[in-house]
Write a new protein. Structure first.
Length: 231
């Protein structure tokens, strides 16, 4: 069995994407927190690392689905996949969740004060991510494709500057969703929660799950490979 304890979380998921589900179930961040070792992450969560090591070892004996072997994809194809899959999901969920978080705040905040903070945090996420996605689609991803095509110095400079900034934006979005997760008690709907409350929390969980994969693909695969070509 491989010794996983000193390997970074992001590297483990990059090598075998199926590990993402194991980390999700354990409440371990594999995207923005992907630079932690398994040992560090388990220590923070007060989890026995040997339990996760055993689960990860089981993956070694089964074949990885080629469709999820993102680390082997060409960077231009990966850029297009991120736009067509994750950007579309974000653009579908942002307006719904901005409306729903405000609505349940207005109706239920008298008895559930955490909804005020949740609505405010998601409003910030909405503002930040709209600009972030636009910059990726109009600036960064075209620069990565140009770098692959021509290896131009201009493309290199753009890739380096954009990725440096965008990593910080990932940290903000991931951190804000972490706070929402905690405030909502991992999206647990209270007994007096209405149908809109339930839908909102279900969509927030879907949004967070998608964001984790989205950021993982960029932070741990796309960005490092693009930077290795640019530097």
């Amino acid at each position: 069995m491989k010794n996983y304890r000193d390997i970074n979380i992001g590297e483990i998921v990059t090598h075998d994407f199926r590990a993402a589900e194991i980390f999700k179930n354990a409440g371990i961040d594999f995207c923005c927190g992907g630079n932690q070792s398994l040992e560090q992450a388990c220590r923070e969560k007060k989890i026995d690392s040997t339990v996760l090591e055993t689960e990860l070892a089981k993956l070694e004996n089964t074949t990885v689905n080629a469709l999820h072997n993102f680390n082997e994809w060409n960077l231009d194809f990966l850029c297009d996949y991120i736009v067509n899959t994750h950007h579309k999901t974000v653009m579908r969920l942002l307006p719904q969740l901005t409306t729903y978080t405000r609505k349940i705040e207005q109706v239920h905040a008298a008895h559930h004060r955490e909804l005020i903070a949740i609505a405010a945090l998601f409003a910030e996420i909405n503002t930040e991510l709209l600009q972030h996605l636009r910059n990726e689609e109009e600036v960064l991803f075209p620069a990565i494709k140009e770098l692959l095509k021509s290896n131009s110095s201009e493309a290199k400079a753009t890739v380096i500057s954009e990725i440096t900034r965008m990593k910080g934006e990932h940290e903000f979005a991931g951190g804000a969703m972490d706070k929402i997760n905690v405030l909502s008690d991992n999206y647990s709907v209270p007994d007096d929660g209405c149908n809109t409350y339930r839908v909102t929390y279900k969509l927030l969980e879907e949004f967070e799950d998608d964001l984790h994969i989205h950021v993982h693909l960029e932070n741990n695969i796309l960005y490092p490979k693009a930077l290795s070509l640019a530097i």
